[in-house]
Ligand binder design. Structure first.
Ligand SMILES: CC(=O)SCCNC(=O)CCNC(=O)[C@H](O)C(C)(C)COP(=O)(O)OP(=O)(O)OC[C@H]1O[C@@H](n2cnc3c(N)ncnc32)[C@H](O)[C@@H]1OP(=O)(O)O
Ligand SMILES: N[C@@H](CCO)C(=O)O
Length: 398
């Protein structure tokens, strides 16, 4: 069996139900299973679309040491279902290693022997920062009552966190995908506080295509009867909206990978001993998507998925700033825009636009078969690009 066949076939069909009943919500809430997460209580936050959150808590992790001049701080902003655990090995309570361990750490492109790295969990998420699964003032989860938050609101919360950490100007703000939205929003909205920005596989404003994919994902969650309009937090395991959330992940995950990769990797292979002819069995690629659906439903909250996806839909650094080109032109930070050539969700032209519009913009392209997820896989290319942008000669000549 070839490597591609081996990858395509694992694990077995039994994976579809692996792990037992799925909890109604897998929000981490106020817990800190890894033991290194910290929390900052920021008080009330007035929201761009109206209303306010009376109490905002931000969960975050840090690595390295802030210099006496506070000029070595790097803000790392995660994507839709990411979290603050950007680097480190797998450990109890966090079964996966940091999602950017190859990029951040001693001797890595973002070298924590030199930089003070801060990674917050996004506002509206479900990994310790205030979100729909957090308790509202009446002591029960916000659920359907959670207000609309924008990318700008998320950055406003991160700005408050920066104030509390004693960071005036970030040496670098870096993010990919949804994290890139926030990185660009930081650069356009807080030019005095960002010396350099790296926006990876992202866009300055959401496109109709991205909103269209998101629409189907949100629809899948809302159509799940177990979603209960967003108020499902007291449901028993197995009785939460994991079906809708899983379908949303399957739609999204397909857009995160390239058609070429899926075709070359899975082809028309059936999954294990299953027979798709007649409708009973699955193709391997269907099993693969089932696997990713199952995994996400176990680690993420459906309401957070909706809240964050909606915030991505209205992402537009040009809003109330005279349009995207005007907002890009106002960026004073050194700007790096990185695209993945096979990304069918965040097209390279959107990164080219960022680099062309920012006064000191640089554009770099990753050559990858993996599509949008290339920023989570192709570190042999992304590492040197970021190291070069930071002038990390030790990494480049290692
Ligand atoms: C900043 C952030 O975004 S942080 C969040 C990033 N992490 C995630 O999104 C978690 C979801 N995972 C992913 O998106 C991807 O796994 C990545 C991008 C992290 C890594 O990509 P890859 O290394 O190419 O992993 P890939 O997409 O092939 O998935 C591998 C999994 O699919 C499973 N798989 C492969 N083929 C099949 C199949 N035919 N049937 C069922 N499962 C299958 C593998 O067993 C493996 O399972 P495991 O992850 O539980 O060990
Ligand atoms: N796999 C990433 C892709 C989104 O950019 C995530 O789940 O956040």
């Amino acid at each position: 069996m070839s490597e591609s066949e081996r990858r395509a076939h694992r694990p077995s069909a039994r994976d579809r139900t692996a792990g037992g009943p799925i909890p109604a919500s897998c929000a981490w809430r106020e817990t800190d299973p890894v033991g290194r997460r910290r929390f900052a209580d920021l008080g009330p936050l007035h929201l761009e679309a109206g209303g306010k959150l009376p109490e905002v808590r931000m969960a975050y992790e840090t690595w390295g040491t802030l210099s006496a001049r506070a000029d070595n701080a790097v803000l790392v902003l995660h994507a839709l279902t990411g979290d603050s655990h950007v680097t480190g090995d797998a450990e109890p309570g966090h079964p996966t290693a940091g999602w950017w361990s190859d990029m951040i750490g001693p001797g890595r492109p973002i070298d924590t022997d030199h930089y003070y790295v801060v990674a917050p969990n996004v506002l509206g998420g479900c990994q310790g920062s205030t979100g729909p699964s957090s308790d509202a003032p009446n002591g029960t989860p916000w659920g359907s009552r959670f207000p609309y938050v924008t990318v700008r609101d998320q950055v406003a919360a991160e700005r408050e966190l920066a104030d509390r950490l004693g960071v005036g100007t970030w040496a670098l703000v870096v993010g990919a995908s949804m994290g890139g939205h926030r990185a660009l929003e930081w650069a356009a909205g807080e030019p005095d506080r960002v010396a350099a920005v790296a926006a990876i596989a992202t866009s300055a404003q959401s496109t109709a295509d991205q909103i269209a994919w998101a629409h189907a994902q949100i629809g899948a969650i809302r159509a799940d009867p177990r979603y209960r309009g967003g108020d499902y937090y007291d449901a028993a395991a197995g009785d939460g909206p994991h079906v809708g959330l899983g379908i949303a992940r399957q739609i999204a995950h397909t857009t995160y990978r390239s058609a070429r990769e899926l075709d070359e990797r899975f082809g028309r292979l059936p999954q294990g001993g299953e027979n798709p002819l007649g409708g009973g069995g699955r193709f391997a690629v269907q099993s693969y998507l089932d696997h990713h659906a199952n995994k996400l439903a176990r680690r993420f909250d459906a309401n957070s998925y909706v809240v964050l996806t909606e915030s991505m839909n209205t992402h537009d650094i040009g809003r109330d700033r005279g349009g995207v080109e005007s907002a890009l032109a106002s960026i004073t930070a050194r700007t790096l825009a990185v695209a993945v050539d096979s990304d069918r969700l965040f097209l390279p032209t959107q990164s080219e636009r960022i680099a062309a519009g920012a006064p000191s913009g640089t554009y770099r392209l990753l050559h990858s078969d993996y599509g949008h997820d290339g920023f989570l896989i192709d570190f042999d290319q992304l590492g040197p690009i970021i190291a070069e942008f930071l002038g990390n000669r030790a990494y480049l000549t290692r």
